[in-house]
Each structure stands twice: as C-alpha cells, then as structure tokens.
Design a protein around this ligand. Structure first.
Ligand SMILES: [Zn+2]
Length: 394
C-alpha cells in the first residue's frame, strides 16, 4: 500500500509495523539534520512524499514537530521546514564533578536554564542527590514548566562500585565507592533517570560535539579529579559486559605502588589525577595546595608544580601507550580539566607515550586534546534522555 522509491527494496510486512518503522526513521532523520523540508525528508528515508506527509501531519498534531521558516529553493515556492517543537518536552541534565551543574534543556537540546552549585562529590552521594533534586524543583518553579512535560533526568556521576570494602585514605570520592548511586537517584527522583559514569558521559560529549566529527573510533581519556576513560567504536560507547569498559584509571602501572581506594595498588589514577597531583604537591612542598593555587603557580612557571606535572605526564604516557598497543585506535583524545588546563602535562604525556608504542605504524596515532568542556558533558547526558524519549515515541 506504500509507494516505495526504487532505491529501496519493497518491504513486505504488516502495514502497522511498516508505518512504525517509517515514523522512527523520520524522527531519526530529523534528529540528525533538522530543520528539513518534507521533500528532503522523503529523500532521506526513501519514502514517497504522501507517505512522509501523513506521518509528519500526525507528528505536527501531537505537537512533537513545528513548521518553521522557509528553506532554500531553486526557483518556485520555498518549502516549509520541519523541526522539533522545543517546548513540547524538557529534560534535566546533571553533572557531578568538582561542582554540580544542573541544566534544563528543551526538545531541541538547547539549554533553557543553567545552575552551578559549589558542592563536590566529597559531600557524599546522599547529600549530592538531595542537592540536585532541590535545584531541579527550584528550576521547575522558576521556569513554570508543567510537570508532564519533563521526560527525564540524565546524570553523570563519579559513582561506581569498587571491590574495596572500606574507605581507603584520601579517596576523592568518599562515600561513592560503595554506594549504588543509580538506585539512590532512581528511588528519589520524580522522573525517569539515565545515569552514566562521568568518563563515559564525557566521551559521549566528545562524540556529539567534539572530535567525533573527525574520528568515528577513538579512546577517550578523562583526566580530572579522577582518571577514567571510554572506548568509542563507530560513534558509540562500548560498555563491556558490566559497563566498566574503558576504566583505564584502575589499570595497574606499578603493582607495588600507591594503595588505591578501589582496593588495588599502583593504579594509573594514583599518578595522573588532580587528586594525585595535589597529593604529590603537598609532599614536595610540605603544605597543602588547592587546585586554584596550583593553576596560578603553573602559569607563573613554578618549578615544583612544573616537575610534579611532568612526572604525572610521564605516567599518563605509559597508560596511553598501553591503550594504543592494545586497541590500535584511530586516535586518543585527552579530556577532562587537566587536559584543558595544563598543556605541559599533555606534551609530556605524548612524549612518554611515543617511547612505549611498540608498533611503528601505531606511532602515528593522533593524540589530541578534547574539543569540549563541562557544558557539553551535561548537554550530552541530557541528549541521552532525549534520544530515549524520541525512540519511545517513534
Ligand atoms: Zn584503583
């Protein structure tokens, strides 16, 4: 009953099923390239114009889509363009890192409201969850968004379950190592929750807004308060059997090294994270130094800070070389705060990595600094929720 263009094989199946597949394809095409005209859509999904129009009309009626402005045309009447109606649904995005960021996004993924709260993960998951939910309530009241328009909450957290049963000294994630953060959020949130580890969420941001446009498969290093990572293969995050794929921060680089809060010794994170840098600075200087001071001393060229960073870069390089040796990825992307703030650290890491990449051709693997910041990470978790919603209505 549907006219199919000659480029596609005629699909045989129940008309209802076919209609659902077509609707999904149209939504997906709009997600990737909105705004589009009906004709452009028909071409993209290989359907006739009347079939596309029928589905579009339903989506317009449901309020999912909007007709906007006029597109280009080569002579004749300019076509009407279609895009998602930004006010049809909303989603909250939350990033828990050195501070908490909460954003409200519309259906087009644009940030409507943004809040930063100076609460760090060291406050513990219970406090963090309560703070986040209070902020969400406050944003809802401020923006006067009806309850039924919020489709969910996307969260990036440092939380994961470790084998260590008791807290090891100076964990930057005190309280997170044994907490089931997902259950905590899910049981308290009034909306469906999509939760991801901050390293994987950052890798997702890189796919959507950063190097993802240049490389479809790469390894992402998250260099921040902790050290983490993510394997990106053909534009998607590889999760592994239980979701810990890419957890490079807890790979052993010195079996007799520093005791880690995860329960192992000599984990890469213990030599390369912000927490490790500050601990080493304290040991060198005999006094505590906070991160802001570390940044300003680095900019002044303080030799102690420079040395500590070089040493950390040396260890990071070994971690990078291991990854390149095992995965032979298209590229390695260095993200997180440390990658952005300390070019010297990155430079040292690259030099150190080159020493240990065994394959001549893999020596050429590009090692680049991330193109995205915290803003994109929180947008990426919001996008995960929006993607799920659009899949459900498709
Ligand atoms: Zn560890």
């Amino acid at each position: 009953m549907y006219k199919l263009t000659k480029r596609k094989k005629v699909m045989r199946g129940h008309p209802k099923v076919i209609r659902e597949i077509n609707r999904k394809n149209i939504i997906e095409a709009l997600r990737q390239s909105a705004p589009l005209s009906r004709t452009e859509l028909a071409k993209k999904v290989h359907l006739s114009l009347p079939s596309v129009s029928r589905i579009i009309n339903a989506l317009l009626e449901e309020g999912v889509l909007l007709e906007v402005g006029k597109g280009d045309s080569r002579g004749g009447r300019k076509p009407t363009l279609l895009e998602f109606n930004p006010h049809h649904r909303f989603v909250f995005g939350v990033d828990v890192s050195r501070e908490i960021t909460v954003v409200l996004c519309d259906l087009q993924g644009t940030i409507v409201e943004r809040r930063k709260i100076p609460v760090s993960p060291s406050f513990g998951p219970q406090n963090v969850v309560e703070t986040v939910l209070r902020e969400i309530e406050s944003i809802k009241q401020y923006t006067e968004i009806p309850e039924n328009r919020v489709v969910g909450l996307g969260v990036s957290t440092p939380g994961f379950l470790f084998k260590a049963t008791r807290m090891v000294e100076s964990s930057p994630f005190a309280g997170w190592e044994s907490a089931d953060v997902e259950t905590l959020f899910v049981s308290r949130s009034p909306y469906p929750v999509t939760i991801d580890n901050v390293a994987r969420a950052s890798a997702m941001a890189e796919i959507l807004y950063g190097w993802g446009s240049a490389f479809h498969s790469f390894f992402y290093f998250y260099l921040d308060w902790g050290t983490g990572g993510g394997v990106v293969y053909r534009g998607k995050i590889v999760r592994g059997l239980s979701g810990s794929c890419g957890e490079v921060g807890h790979s052993t680089i010195d079996p007799e090294g520093v005791l880690c809060y995860c329960g192992n010794r000599g984990c890469l994170e213990q030599y390369t994270s912000t927490a490790a840098l500050l601990r080493n600075l304290k040991r060198e200087m005999g006094e505590e130094m906070d991160f802001a001071e570390m940044i300003s001393r680095y900019r002044e060229g303080d030799p102690v800070v420079v040395n500590v960073l070089r040493r950390a870069g040396y260890f990071l390089g070994k971690g990078i070389a291991n990854i390149i040796n095992i995965l032979n990825p298209q590229a390695v992307v260095l993200g997180g705060e440390l990658g952005r703030l300390f070019p010297l650290y990155v430079e040292e890491a690259i030099a150190s990595a080159r020493e240990n990449i065994f394959s001549l051709s893999a020596q050429e693997t590009p090692i680049v600094v991330s193109r995205v910041g915290k803003e994109e990470v929180v947008l990426a978790v919001a996008q995960m929720v929006l993607a799920r919603y659009l899949e459900e209505i498709g």
